[in-house]
Write a protein that binds this ligand. Structure first.
Ligand SMILES: Nc1ncnc2c1ncn2[C@@H]1O[C@H](COP(=O)(O)OP(=O)(O)O)[C@@H](O)[C@H]1O
Ligand SMILES: [Mg+2]
Length: 219
């Protein structure tokens, strides 16, 4: 059975081998199945962001293995590149992801990296923007002129435009007002219905979003 994501005995240390060493993850075993919606909960500093950064090889495990569709993503450059396209990671702070002159260019950034033809890129940008509810006139704005909720949607659209198999969102609803939170959670719910496997993480409303598996990280 090939799982979209599988972690085997993964440990991760920040500043390894120094007096500052922090064991952020200890011996994590986790399997995410096709079509599954997974919530990861835990206190601030329990390792949620560190964990999800392993899903597409942004961080490499200090110990253990990360498999994406059965392939060890640390095997070689090709495997890492494939994992980057299969697993779309949306950061907690949209500012970390938005840096182009216009929203449209930001959403196009991932598909461009995938070296897709121009017309396919344009199709994906339009579709993702529509999906997250960004009106077409917003696409020509600077991402920095958007509201907090709109920025988050633009960042999510950028990841969706890569059409990843697995969508990973770090605290997608944090810092939004109740309406913004509800909108983002509905968006995730609908996206999952439309596509396949989705992983997300957020402290609240996991059950409302229809989470199957819940992983709790301790300190
Ligand atoms: N860049 C870093 N350098 C050193 N330690 C870090 C770094 N990022 C996170 N940590 C530490 O790793 C642990 C897990 O952090 P993190 O994954 O950000 O947790 P969460 O997302 O659950 O709040 C914490 O103890 C945090 O202080
Ligand atoms: Mg975090």
């Amino acid at each position: 059975m090939l799982y979209p994501i599988e972690l085997k005995n993964v440990s991760y240390f920040y500043s390894p081998g120094t007096a500052m060493q922090v064991a952020a993850l200890k011996n994590i075993n986790l399997t995410i199945s096709e079509g599954e919606l997974v919530g990861i909960i835990g206190h601030t500093g329990s390792g949620k962001s560190t964990l999800i950064s392993h899903f597409n090889g942004l961080l490499k495990p200090g110990e253990g293995t990360v498999l994406v569709e059965g392939e060890d993503i640390s095997k070689d450059k090709e495997a890492l590149r494939a994992a980057r396209f299969k697993v779309g990671l949306c950061f907690q702070y949209p500012e970390a992801q938005l840096f182009e002159e216009t929203v449209a260019k930001d959403i196009a950034f991932g598909p461009k990296n995938m070296k897709l033809p121009e017309d396919e890129i344009a199709r994906r940008v339009a579709e993702a923007a529509k999906y997250v509810g960004l009106r077409s006139e917003m696409l020509e704005k600077s991402p920095f002129d958007l509201s907090g909720g709109e920025k988050r949607r633009a960042a999510i659209a950028g990841v969706m435009a890569m059409e990843p198999k697995v969508l990973v969102l770090d605290e997608p609803a944090a810092g939004l007002d109740p309406r913004g939170k509800k909108e983002i959670l509905n968006l995730i719910k609908n996206y999952r219905r439309r596509t396949g496997s989705t992983a997300r993480h957020s402290f609240t409303q996991l059950r409302n979003a229809g989470v199957g598996q819940c992983c709790t990280l301790g300190h």
